[in-house]
Design a protein. Structure first.
Length: 238
């Protein structure tokens, strides 16, 4: 992309460090870089995306409310070194520690963002922890795998994922998956694009710009995203 002399780059890294050399080269070539979501690129000009720890906080608050502040819960982690996995897990744990001391996190283990690994893990937990009341998963793919296990067990266990993928929405509509945290990538991309355009136009833009997210459950699964996050299209002077 640098050799093709793109005017600006919007990059979404899988980890905090994997794109650092490329970003250094882009900046040497005078190409602005916007870090969109996922890992944090320390030398990018700006970051646009949701607070990853808030993913976990929203899930924790919802689960705590549904359980009346008591019960055993577990966490399925994505890739252990992935920024999003670390932040989502910490956000969940920290919220519970500060606000719901009677909720016990009895297990947490990585399933590498993989559906089958998450299902297998849940199969083990459901036998090991017969009083388990909820499972928080770092993404929807794993949550859907966990939901398969819960469905097979016949138990009433809350399952919450992250990402707001279409299959998760469908599962919530079908009365299976309980909730997901959606960061609305369609609008996130528009915000990132606007930040890039403003930067190219010579305007000062924030170093960090947090984008909206919300918990989706059966009560709001069919509401338009614009209504949930209060979105309105930007207006530009002619």
């Amino acid at each position: 992309m640098i050799n093709k002399k793109y005017t600006g780059l919007l990059l979404s890294p899988i980890s905090d460090g994997n794109l650092t050399p490329g970003v250094e080269d882009a900046k040497k070539a005078g190409i602005p870089v916007i870090n969109v979501n996922d890992g944090l690129i320390a030398n990018a000009d700006s970051f646009v995306g949701p607070k990853a720890d808030q993913n976990g906080e929203l899930a924790a608050e919802w689960i705590s409310e549904k359980l009346g502040g008591k019960g055993q819960v577990a966490i399925v982690i994505g890739m252990p070194k992935a920024f999003a996995a670390r932040q989502r897990t910490e956000g969940f744990e920290n919220w519970m520690a500060a606000n719901a001391p009677d909720i016990e996190i009895v297990a947490k283990q990585n399933a590498d963002w993989d559906r089958q690994k998450a299902k297998d893990l849940a199969d083990t937990w459901l036998k090991q922890y017969p009083d388990l009341k909820a499972i928080f998963c770092n993404n929807d793919t794993m949550a859907l795998g966990v939901q398969e296990s819960v469905n097979a067990s016949g138990k009433d266990i809350l399952v919450v994922g992250v990402d707001g993928i279409g299959e998760a929405y469908d599962s919530i509509r079908n009365g299976e998956l309980d909730a997901t945290i959606d960061s609305f990538p369609f609008y996130k991309a528009q915000i990132a694009g606007e930040v890039m355009l403003r930067s190219l136009g010579g305007q000062e833009v924030p170093r960090v710009l947090w984008t909206p997210q919300a918990l989706i459950d059966s009560e709001n699964v069919d509401k338009p995203a614009e209504e949930i996050i209060g979105w309105s299209d930007p207006e530009y002077e002619q």
